[in-house]
Ligand binder design. Structure first.
Ligand SMILES: [Zn+2]
Length: 370
């Protein structure tokens, strides 16, 4: 089973310079390939294949001789990423690929020849040896690839993909008693059909005051000055902290859900998170609760722990169906937190009713009806 491990890096000045060259070259290779592919697509309707994109890299190497200073496999990977992004766009799985900006998180990928020295606590990648690394946890297995990244707050990380000998636990039999439906939402992060609730963490709101303070300070600085850079750094650190807190929270919730002997099957809604983000009123809270991230982490943890994960269609009207009698309340608004069924008179809490419905929809999908 493949597992990714992330570690903090403390590169020397020379190593940091190599990183920044690699970030820059990969970003340029990515953006120029993106330009090339969209020009051909929009101008002539020509779709460039992954091999066509790789060939284009050869001409880029002639225009940018400094590409020779970095790992050529990292450049090839950046180009492959563009080709994949276009493929996803053409096949309607994602939006049009976007240019990479210098102020975003920077990264480069090393698909081969990476190693970790456990004794001296260093990481070696092609063209850059013995990078100090904080190995706060160990792994066993063969290193597949390593991605080096730098967050906007200036911290470096290595994400190491390892082919571990660990095998995923076998899947369990779907049974009604060990099945839980989970509704994710705006008010409460997750509501389970067994009555458990996980509150929406408001990390961004807690950081907002400090953020506003620095943003006000930033307005009085000249763009690009050392004072401006210092304030920008503070802002980036707040954002990074909020992102870490969110991720930590998601890991705690997903761990609890997948390490419960009473829960062998989890039913969730196949939400189109992107579609929900487009609704402006919801955007802030949804981004804050990072439901998309929760779903993807829940998915792989379920796989590891042998928990069945059932996704029900997002149009199954889970919040509008009465879990007692099955009547669909078409007049239910997003702002209604509780409602009374017109048909049977049951009073429902919106989220609890939804999680109960998600469970029964999921069970109906998984178990043959008798
Ligand atoms: Zn009813």
């Amino acid at each position: 089973m493949l597992k990714a491990y992330k570690y903090r890096l403390y590169p020397t000045a020379d190593q940091a310079e190599f990183f920044s060259k690699s970030f820059g070259c990969c970003r340029v290779a990515y953006n120029r390939t993106l330009d090339y592919m969209s020009l051909l697509w929009c101008g002539a309707g020509v779709s460039v294949s992954r091999f066509g994109a790789q060939e284009q890299l050869i001409s880029l190497k002639e225009i940018y001789p400094w590409f020779g200073e970095v790992n050529s496999q990292s450049l090839q990977y950046a180009v492959k990423q563009v080709a994949d992004a276009f493929k996803n766009w053409w096949e309607h799985r994602a939006g049009h690929p976007l240019l990479k900006r210098k102020k975003d998180r920077q990264s480069f990928h090393n698909p081969q020849n990476c190693s970790v020295d456990w004794k001296h606590k260093t990481l070696s990648i092609p063209k850059c040896k013995d990078i100090p690394i904080v190995l706060h946890r160990s792994f066993y297995g063969k290193i597949k690839d390593v991605t080096i990244s730098m967050n906007p707050d200036g911290k470096y990380y290595a994400s190491i993909l390892v082919d571990t000998a660990i095998t995923a636990k076998p899947c369990s039999v779907v049974e009604e008693t060990t099945t839980v439906g989970i509704d994710t939402g705006v008010k409460t992060f997750a509501v389970c059909s067994d009555g458990r609730e996980f509150d929406t963490p408001h990390f961004a709101k807690a950081a907002e005051k400090r953020l506003k303070h620095y943003q006000r300070e930033l307005r009085h600085k000249t763009k690009g000055s050392s004072g401006w850079k210092r304030v920008q750094h503070h802002i980036a650190r707040i954002h990074a902290k909020v992102a870490n807190q969110r991720l930590d929270y998601i890991h705690k919730v997903t761990h609890q859900l997948t390490h419960d002997s009473q829960v062998r099957t989890i039913c969730i809604e196949d939400l189109n998170v992107k579609g929900m983000l487009r609704n402006r009123h919801l955007a802030y809270s949804i981004a804050d609760a990072s439901i998309g991230r929760f779903y993807s982490i829940l998915e792989y943890k379920c796989r590891w722990e042998g928990v069945n994960l059932i996704r029900i269609g997002r149009w199954d009207a889970s919040s509008r169906t009465c879990s007692a009698c099955g009547e669909v309340n078409r007049r239910l608004k997003l702002s209604d937190r509780t409602w009374t069924c017109m048909s049977c008179g049951s009073v429902h809490d919106r989220d609890h009713n939804a999680s109960g419905n998600i469970k029964s929809f999921g069970l109906r999908m998984a178990l043959p009806s008798d």
